[in-house]
Write a protein that binds this ligand. Sequence first.
Ligand code: FAD
Length: 435
Amino acid sequence: MNDHPTHCAAGNYPGSWYAATAPLIGAFPGLSGDISTDVCVIGGGYTGLSSALHLRQKGYDVVLLEAERIAWGASGRNGGHVGTGQRADQTSIEKWVGEEAAKGLWQLGLDAVQKVCDLINEHNIDCELGSGNLHLAAKPSHAPELQDELAHLESQYGYQQLTYLPPEAVAERTSAKGFHGGLLDDGCKHLHPLKYALGLARAASEAGVIIYEGTRGHPQADGQSGEVKTENGCVKARHIVIGCNAYLGNLVPRMAGNIMPINNFVIATSRLPSHLAPRINRDNLSMSDTLFVINYWKLSQDGRVIFGGGENYSSRFPRDIKAFVRPHMLNIYPELQDIDIDYGWGGAVGITLNRMPDFGRIGKHLWYAQGFSGHGVPTATMAGSLLADAIDGDTADFDLMASVPTQRFPGGTLLRWPGLVAGMLFYSLRDKLGR
Ligand SMILES: Cc1cc2nc3c(=O)[nH]c(=O)nc-3n(C[C@H](O)[C@H](O)[C@H](O)COP(=O)(O)OP(=O)(O)OC[C@H]3O[C@@H](n4cnc5c(N)ncnc54)[C@H](O)[C@@H]3O)c2cc1C
């Protein structure tokens, strides 16, 4: 079983609507020779780019190695939803870490959304930033659960951005079929993920981060050496940050056993006729449902539906991704039956067992954050900033994130697949049952 699903030629971006519409920046060179720096960052997604930028702003010399192209991984392929809070629900988090730490984690989740907005403003990143998410109850029993969540977040966390919408109010905002109510969160944002990532790369490069593309880094897995070997050279650094998430493979086995890469898929329709776009999404919100295998969608600036739905747990993508995702979209919007699908692509999501990210240190030199479980646009961005703070000596928020107990997947790096596949299939089957 291959732990590193790729499905597009090395060095090229997958054929997504994002790659077709982002102003791709010229390729950075590959590393050739031996160099020294303060920090070597491995991985050019949000985690790596954000940590590199924040470290450089603190005065560190930073080298970033990306095996393919900047944001070639999930950061250039995702749904672009920027959700508030943490990926796990606050009630579970309270049980794991207690009420006080849970409040700290909730606040970090809000700060993460703000961090994304601040970076966009500070660096003039044109990435189609929009506001608001509507989370739709896919089963009757999910509607009261959404109301309970609102009550809990208002009373325990003072969060005032939520509105519960009964089905009639949902119907005013979207023609989506089959939902039993929804939770509108005005604190959420959405964006064009590849434009955002490339904007971060431009900002990091302009700040003085040295970026190498097409350069796979190999640190010593026990973190006891500051050397990162590459095919044609070596980087010597005091600190090494690993931001490879679902594309880690077995680079550092101790990290690999904490996450599982699963494949998730997205399509982009052709531009909608002008009467359809406001029916699908009157207020230009991001939308998602409450199923375990979540459906999520939004409109692009040029009037397409960008719809994510369906996942698989193998080393391969489906042969026809458009045909794989389209039925999920038509279940919700049958009126899109005659609309063409122009693009279909997939990427690997790094999930953890409890859906909370995995932050940690290994040996004297390695720092890492991974396992954002489909919530990485804000959380990986924030992780980069917390990694920079921690390397600079302020470990408080990094330690708070790291304090959530990490569970290793049963079977470790080699045998985790069979258990995961059985578990995922069980929950996705439950999605199809009533109530
Ligand atoms: C289809 C899909 C939809 C998603 N939708 C959402 C969403 O709507 N909202 C949300 O918040 N999150 C979403 N996510 C998750 C989110 O995209 C990720 O959590 C986030 O991008 C992770 O960022 P990262 O920098 O940690 O990893 P990545 O962006 O995956 O970057 C890792 C990089 O490391 C590189 N790499 C790997 N090994 C090496 C090595 N040895 N040397 C050098 N480079 C290496 C890879 O080439 C890759 O570019 C989605 C993910 C997918 C796949």
